[in-house]
Design a protein around this ligand. Structure first.
Ligand code: ATP
Ligand code: MG
Length: 602
């Protein structure tokens, strides 16, 4: 059997044709380097071409390797060398003589650089042959200036996802390894800015000065580096803070059908972080440009952009950018966490992220699994969300709290991606279209929502005040169904039903009106002591808001005491109940007077 002979092409690019002596020298160089068991001398073919763009000198290409002996190459090599000296020179050294020696001793080492050729390009991905040592996650630079990331490594080629338009990359064009992993610039100047998945500003407000470069993929903090969740991340939403408290470092999923207020909960949580020292990062994945613009607007109007960053990879961006967006956002979050800051990151939403990844994987010819997602789609989200953590004191006490969002289809939480993310996170806030349409907004389903670790972070005051409301609500729902068709009810049942209705009303909350912890405690204490017994459900919301205003104006010590001590003693409870009952009396008297007025007028 005859073995197919391999040949190796060596091409020499020159400005002035080389002398015979020079040519001989180059041949010897190639023979010495490449003649082994694979290639014999006669398997290597030599060609030479003129290329005036070099300025002077030669460039030698052997197979996939390049030796740059051109003038330009020498200058940049010398520049690199001088840069290195600059960093090491101290003040009392004679700089001029150091430079002299360096230049005198400068010797051009033949640096080999591997280059590859594009064999296929389309739909945001490219296949490259020749970059045999490329690593997974490494950046590849194409001739046209576009960058990509190695995503697939096969026997004789690599699959690269492109971070730019695939129309500029052509079959046959050259690609080189950057020998660095995909990453984003990070820094304090990113606060207040809107950026894309590569960390470039897209708000038209100029360049952002970065302090560092963080890889987009990075191992999660280890157990030793972590400490348990113990500080609350208050959302300002009564339904969440009272029943499903979130702690700094926790991952709480927001899940629900389309248009159920998922984004609104995340935004309200950002608004509530004002003056709390938390940095907020909102990552938009696969959304419309107009939606993202609206979100930025909302944040700006509420002065929340000062402590926030919006990272956007919209539906119009290529799938690779949508795919790396949440990792890039997390890299930024890690920068702040490593400096001891508390960060809140929102991934809106991971369903679209999974879809972008599915598109990429199918194009890279990975075999499809359940719902056509590739087999590693669980790992896609688990390695992302594992990076949320509360670091221990020794590591600076910073934290990343994650609020991933998942969109379900017709309430189906048992689909592939929802079940994955439910099992990765520490709990979920389940939003329901039915409740939303009935006007219960935020449309939190109390029965199906849960927070697994946040209880440890809830303040004592809140824990005490929230006490039994989940049970009360469950009892109320059962009783409501049970008594739907009966007309004469005993007093106890009537009172229970009324209490349930009052609670349901209190849990409704308009957009952009977060409640402080103290306000929530006062509301709950008043409700649990049946202060709103005489107030009709339709008036409860109005009563609550006016009662809180009244507390703020006439007895601000109550609110500030709770905010500072974070506890709720007997005496404090009595003070709240007394004040609230007095206010209820005056409220009732007032509304009665209004009624009689209206009657008199009518
Ligand atoms: N608590 C609330 N009170 C009043 N209106 C609300 C409330 N929460 C959300 N909405 C309104 O409901 C609509 C949908 O909200 P939002 O965009 O947050 O939902 P979503 O689930 O993120 O939707 P999508 O699936 O399109 O992303 C918005 O117009 C918003 O103003
Ligand atoms: Mg949304």
């Amino acid at each position: 059997m005859s073995k197919k002979k391999k040949t190796l092409a060596a091409t020499l690019l020159y400005v002035t044709p080389p002398t015979e002596e020079q040519l001989q020298g180059i041949r010897e160089f190639v023979y010495e380097k490449y003649v082994d068991e694979d290639y014999r001398r006669e398997d290597i073919s030599f060609t030479s071409e003129q290329d005036t763009s070099l300025g002077g000198g030669f460039i030698l290409q052997v197979g996939n390797e390049v030796y740059n002996w051109s003038t330009e190459g020498r200058i940049s090599a010398l520049r690199r060398k001088l840069d290195k000296i600059r960093d090491s020179v101290t003040e009392d050294q004679d700089v001029v003589s150091i430079i002299h020696t360096t230049i005198r001793e400068f010797e051009l080492t033949a640096k080999q650089r591997s280059i590859g050729h594009v064999t296929y390009v389309g739909d945001g991905i490219a296949h490259i042959q020749g970059l045999s040592h490329a690593q997974y996650g490494e950046i590849i630079l194409f001739e046209c200036g576009i960058k990509g990331m190695v995503q697939n490594i096969e026997e004789d080629s690599i699959g690269v996802i492109l971070f730019g338009s695939d129309r500029e990359v052509r079959v046959g064009s050259r690609a080189t390894r950057m020998k660095m992993r995909a990453g984003v610039p990070v820094g304090d100047d990113f606060l207040g800015r809107v950026i894309n998945a590569l960390g470039e500003p897209i708000d038209g407000r100029g360049k952002i000065e970065s302090d560092d470069y963080y890889p987009v993929e990075r191992p999660a903090p280890t157990i030793v580096e972590r400490q348990p969740v113990s500080v609350p991340m208050e959302t300002g939403i009564l339904a969440i803070d009272s029943m499903f408290p979130i702690g700094r470092g926790q991952r709480e999923l927001i899940i629900g059908d389309r248009q159920t207020g998922k984004t609104s909960i995340a935004l309200d949580t950002i608004l509530n972080q004002k003056d709390k020292g938390v940095i907020c990062i909102y990552v938009a994945i696969g959304q419309k440009n107009s939606t993202v613009a609206k979100i930025v607007n909302t944040l700006q109007n509420a002065d929340a952009m000062d402590y926030s960053i919006v990272l956007s990879a919209t539906a119009a961006d290529p799938a690779p950018l949508q795919y790396i967006a949440p990792y890039a956002g997390t890299a930024l979050a890690e920068y702040f966490m490593s400096r001891g800051r508390d960060v809140l990151i929102i991934y809106d939403d991971l369903s679209k992220h999974a879809v972008a990844y599915r598109a990429l994987s199918l194009l890279l010819e990975r075999s499809p699994g359940r719902e056509a997602y590739p087999g590693d789609v669980f790992y896609l989200h688990s390695r992302l969300l594992e990076r949320s953590a509360r670091l221990s004191e020794a590591f600076g006490d910073g934290s990343i709290t994650a609020l991933p969002i998942i969109e379900t289809q017709a309430g189906d939480v048992s689909a592939y991606i929802p079940t994955n993310v439910i099992s990765i996170t520490d709990g979920q806030i389940y939003l329901e279209s039915e409740l939303f349409n009935l006007g219960t907004r935020p449309a939190v389903n109390v029965g199906l929502s849960v927070s697994r670790v946040g209880g440890a972070a809830q303040t004592k005051a809140m824990k005490k005040a929230a006490g039994s409301i989940r049970i009360d609500l469950a009892q109320f729902r059962e009783m409501e169904v049970f008594t739907q068709f009966s007309s004469d009810l005993d007093e106890a049942t009537k009172s229970l039903l009324h209490h349930g209705r009052v609670l349901m009303e209190l849990l409704k909350q308009p957009l952009g009106r977060p409640l402080s912890m103290a306000e929530q405690v006062v509301t709950l204490v008043a409700a649990n002591h049946h202060v709103m017994e005489q107030i009709g459900p339709e008036q409860v919301k109005d009563f609550q808001m006016r009662m809180l205003d009244d507390f703020a104006q006439n007895d601000p010590a109550i609110l500030s005491d709770i905010a500072i001590s974070k506890t709720l003693g007997e005496e404090m409870t009595d003070r709240i109940v007394t004040h609230a009952s007095k206010f209820a009396e005056s409220y009732l008297a007032e509304s009665k007077a209004e009624e009689t007025d209206e009657e008199a007028e009518g």
